[in-house]
Write a protein that binds this ligand. Structure first.
Ligand code: HEM
Length: 139
């Protein structure tokens, strides 16, 4: 059954199964294994899950809790390319549609796309400085 609303319990479920799938991916997986290890039960992963729960809850419901800069870790995890972000976004798109009704899944994806573009902009990946839309990307 697809979720018809967003709450902490279903975000926790979605986040954990997303990363279970993500670490098996040959493009994106190695970044996570290098940063957090391959044992999803370890402390680093538990901390990562908690951050991501709070992060998505804030983006999707406005609930305060996540107070960090999500961009920062992405500066030091290795060389990321446009293709790395594209793969992450494709996997996320598929995944949220398996958990939520299309209207909510699309909202998740829109937020993820905006963030990915901001991250790429920050990392100077595949950004066309003439693209006037950059200025209008807002969460
Ligand atoms: C190229 C695709 C991506 C890769 C390979 C990637 C990889 C990672 C890794 C390895 C970490 C953990 C770093 C650490 O704790 O040492 C992390 C943290 C995080 N990522 Fe990503 N990421 C990607 C895209 C995204 C996107 C598109 C979003 C948002 C929609 C996102 C949101 C986050 C957040 C919120 C954290 C936790 C930040 C914190 O420490 O507060 N990531 N990412």
């Amino acid at each position: 059954m697809l979720e018809t609303e967003v709450d902490r319990a279903n975000i926790e479920k979605m986040v954990r199964s997303f990363y279970q799938m993500l670490i098996k991916d040959d493009i994106v997986g190695p970044f996570f294994i290098q940063a957090l290890g391959d044992d999803l039960k370890n402390d680093k992963w538990q901390e990562h899950y908690k951050l991501l729960d709070d992060f998505w809850l804030m983006l999707m419901t406005g609930e305060k809790g996540y107070k960090r800069d999500p961009f920062l870790p992405h500066v030091s995890i290795g060389k990321l390319y446009e293709e790395t972000f594209e793969r992450w976004l494709t996997l996320f798109d598929t995944h949220v549609h398996q958990h939520y009704i299309p209207k909510i899944a699309k909202k998740f994806n829109k937020k993820a796309e905006i963030l990915a573009k901001k991250f790429m902009q920050g990392l100077e990946i595949g950004v066309n400085p003439d693209d006037k839309n950059w200025a209008s990307y807002k969460l």
